[in-house]
Design a binder for this molecule. Sequence first.
Ligand SMILES: NC(=O)c1ccc[n+]([C@@H]2O[C@H](COP(=O)([O-])OP(=O)(O)OC[C@H]3O[C@@H](n4cnc5c(N)ncnc54)[C@H](O)[C@@H]3O)[C@@H](O)[C@H]2O)c1
Ligand SMILES: O=c1ccn([C@@H]2O[C@H](COP(=O)(O)OP(=O)(O)O[C@H]3O[C@H](CO)[C@@H](O)[C@H](O)[C@H]3O)[C@@H](O)[C@H]2O)c(=O)[nH]1
Length: 453
Amino acid sequence: MRISVFGTGYVGLVTGTCLADAGHEVICIDVDAAKIQALQQGHIPIYEPGLADLVQRNLAAGRLHFTTDAAWGVSASLLQFIAVGTPADEDGSADLNYVLAVARTLGEHMQDYKLIINKSTVPVGTAEKVQACIQATLSQRQVNLDFDVCSNPEFLKEGAAIADFTQGARIIVGTESARVRELMSQCYAPFLQDQPQKLIFMQVRAAELSKYAANAMLATKISFINEIANLAERMGADIEQIRLGIGSDPRIGPHFIQAGCGYGGSCFPKDVQALAHMAEQVGYRAHLLDAVEQVNHQQKQRMFEKLQDALAKTQGRTSLAGCTLAVWGLAFKPETDDMREAPSRVLLEALWQAGAHVQVYDPQAQAECARIYGTRPDLDLCTSIQQTLMGADALLICTEWQEFRQVSASWLAQHLASKLVIDGRNLYDPLAMQAAGLRYYAIGRGDSLAPIL
Ligand SMILES: NC(=O)c1ccc[n+]([C@@H]2O[C@H](COP(=O)([O-])OP(=O)(O)OC[C@H]3O[C@@H](n4cnc5c(N)ncnc54)[C@H](O)[C@@H]3O)[C@@H](O)[C@H]2O)c1
Ligand SMILES: O=c1ccn([C@@H]2O[C@H](COP(=O)(O)OP(=O)(O)O[C@H]3O[C@H](CO)[C@@H](O)[C@H](O)[C@H]3O)[C@@H](O)[C@H]2O)c(=O)[nH]1
């Protein structure tokens, strides 16, 4: 099929590339000329495992094109995906300006029937807004054309985006039209193999709300386990044992119940807020969503609080001014260079505010950190984990990169003179750490700082 994709961010680029790899002829359109120029050369602007190879292969095969020429993108393809950003507005609602700008572009250039597929995460009722916007633009041109708009939310995770897109648990399409069902079945046929049930058709509004419901459910699981971790810590119980205990119940399941220093990224924080905002607009106070967000906000401060307590307890320090801290992990999760809403940012900013000096290392997000914070005297971007530890009063871990997991307790004890570790991702065995002579504070592991009831 001939397919155009508006937006070449995480979602647009993965969608366009995977559809091309499946045999479709794809044009990716973006307003960012520098990004398009880089993509035309096969350079991808993000770190996403496997994506660069896939882009290069499909560029070379002539199935994947990158352009800023929206008129060409609209006229050349039957299917038009919208995959532009929907960032949070100041009041937490989703900003639809980029989506509606694409809708106007479509209305300006359409000459025949098009199926418009909304892949961006958008509030319930957006498909109707896109429909109205295209219709209004066509009316200004005094043309009358047939077109459909459907909802096709995306569920990929950064770091596993290609596998999630090509082998995801389900593909949701919101439409009431038989023609759209037929076209979308054709579009996704290469990914269904012998599992046609993975393609789920539903009402447009149900599809739009499903996306927010999925993210809110996952965020709720994380805030729930973090709340239990905070209780476990105070009651002298180990959250890792509790995670196994509850995760083995198939009604609960083992996924998304890893306690930590809070959820970040470009989706959960923004989408939980946007859903709470949508609830308000229909006169409903979403107490659960408010609590999920509040627990997460609090959890992102736990690393700093634990450090303050630990320094007071182990070194008798009451101020962080003049301290040097090693921070491992900047990305909001492993296998990405994305630092949007990352717990590391809350920690770094609190440390700087308290007058500390920070030595950081991340396998992929160093450049992003430099882009966000620039050069500053209280930040050293180190080239290895070992370098961060030199002269450090404590080590703080914000992201569970494999490289960090592989470090042994004895290696840490040898290289970290202060022997103090605050682990926001529960990477190590507390007994092994203690045996190596380290003071180890993790999340919800009954550490000695908390009162035992
Ligand atoms: N990042 C994820 O993991 C993820 C997963 C699922 C869903 N989503 C949702 O998908 C949407 C896109 O997210 P993203 O992370 O890919 O965003 P992004 O910010 O990485 O990329 C958006 C791209 O759209 C481009 N753009 C803006 N206006 C345009 C226009 N008029 N025409 C063409 N291109 C235009 C921008 O230049 C940018 O390159 C959002 O609604 C997001 O919530 C994101
Ligand atoms: O048990 C867990 C699982 C995740 N996290 C944290 O949650 C955040 C988000 O992780 P993840 O969901 O893996 O990453 P995203 O790429 O943000 O993906 C989410 O957001 C996307 C955008 O909407 C959706 O498409 C995906 O389905 C959804 O998982 C990260 O900070 C993780 O560290 C935890 O703290 N504990």
